[in-house]
Design a protein around this ligand. Sequence first.
Ligand code: ADP
Ligand code: MG
Length: 293
Amino acid sequence: ATPTSIMVGTGRAAEMGVLFRKGEALQTLREAEVVALDKTGTLTRGRPELTDLIPAPGFGADEVLALVAAVEARSEHPVAEAIVEAAKARGLAIGEPEAFEAVAGYGVQAAVAGRRIAVGADRFMARLGIQVFPFAEEAARLADEGKTPLYAAVDGRLAAAIAVADPIRETTPAAIAALHALGLKVAMVTGDNRRTAEAIARQLGIDEVEAEVLPDGKVAVVERLKAGGTRKVAFVGDGINDAPALAAADVGLAIGTGTDIAIESADVVLMGGDLRGVPNAIALSQATIRNIR
Ligand code: ADP
Ligand code: MG
């Protein structure tokens, strides 16, 4: 490609809200065969809301919500914000946590008013030796609705099942349809619950799902999709834990409203978080290269 055609191509992309940080990405993108996307904050808005709280026998819904909100007030995870917002909306008094601990990809725990509170995914409860099977049916139902089931424990006892839901971005279905029309395979990579991820993938017609991926596991997924360098892979993400995968992919595309570290690790930035920029950029890359030949 000539420098002029690259300049014209990146200029046209900018008009569509797609910012090329590296010119060579315009040439690599046309070879992409797989587009892997992070779920939370990429396919979805990244602003989950609390939808359900089912207390275990002996616990009150507001009692548990106030306790977990006290712990989550210290967390920066989007799930935490949903829980704190819900407690505030109900006008609950949120206590001060002590000895707060966040376990990335699992959950959070702290002491609140002399009680040990833990909240997080089923694998977090497993780590703490707390059985979640009393909520197995509810959790499966919630996950099949595309919600993320979480659990709360108080003093080592299962206290509630909680669900949060993160709405799919309005532009996501059209973006996926356009990627399929270009003949690409679409994969989802997420730390979220497998059943939840599969429900959302089904809704969106996504071809492949990698769920319950730990924060440092996304690079391994990208490497596997690359199949020893025989397939070109584009990765789209927004979060801190997407940065290594954005760098490892043949082309990394970051959500413009995402974290700084994701943007710095990416070759391409999607302004306003519009995923239709991904198929647009690929189509443009194909057209640009055709014009030079
Ligand atoms: P993702 O953001 O893709 O869900 P993470 O690795 O950040 O991936 O988290 C994986 C899972 O761990 C979350 O889906 C959630 O179930 C649980 N988790 C992480 N942090 C928290 C938290 N602060 N509160 C409750 N659950 C959490
Ligand atoms: Mg994300």
